[in-house]
Design a protein around this ligand. Structure first.
Ligand SMILES: [Zn+2]
Ligand SMILES: [Zn+2]
Length: 136
C-alpha cells in the first residue's frame, strides 16, 4: 500500500498496489513543474487508487496543444497524482509518506533534454525521449 499527501496536508491519497518501478521524466516541462531535475513517478491502475481527502484542493495545468498536464495542490503547490491514461494514474513519488521502501528507478525518460548539471546515478534504463525511444 502506498500512501501520500501534499506538503500542507490538504490532500491525501493511497493506492493498493505492489508496483516498484519508478519512472523519472527529465523533460523541460517536468523540470519547470518541480523546479528540479525532473519528476519521479510510479504508474498505478485507476482501480487501485483512492483520494482520501482534499480533492477540492486540487487544481491542474495542461500545456496548450500538448498532452502534458499536471495536478497540484491549490494551497501549497505540491505535485499530486493525476491521470496517466484512461486506465492508469501517475503518482509523484516525492509525495509518498509510506510504502516507498521497495521502489527503484527503472526508467529515465527524456534524457536527451535533461538539465546540463544533472548526473544520472541510478541504474534505470535511459531513454533519449519517451518510453521506448532509441538513441539515433
Ligand atoms: Zn497542499
Ligand atoms: Zn516530463
Amino acid at each position: 500500500m502506498l500512501t501520500g499527501k501534499c506538503n500542507c496536508g490538504s490532500v491525501e491519497y493511497n493506492a493498493d498496489t505492489d508496483v516498484s518501478d519508478v519512472f523519472v521524466c527529465h523533460c523541460s516541462i517536468c523540470r519547470s513543474l518541480t523546479g528540479s531535475g525532473g519528476i519521479a513517478v510510479v504508474i498505478v491502475k485507476n482501480t487501485d487508487f483512492r483520494w482520501l481527502k482534499g480533492q477540492d484542493s486540487i487544481t491542474y495545468w495542461s500545456k496548450p496543444e500538448h498532452d502534458w498536464h499536471a495536478n497540484f495542490c491549490k494551497v501549497c503547490g505540491s505535485s499530486l497524482p493525476g491521470k496517466n491514461d484512461e486506465h492508469q494514474m501517475y503518482i509523484p513519488v516525492g509525495t509518498l509518506t509510506s510504502g516507498h521502501e521497495n521502489l527503484k528507478v527503472a526508467h529515465n525518460l527524456y534524457v536527451a533534454s535533461k538539465a546540463s548539471w544533472q548526473i544520472i546515478g541510478d541504474s534505470g534504463i535511459q531513454h533519449p525521449e519517451g518510453y521506448g525511444s532509441k538513441n539515433a
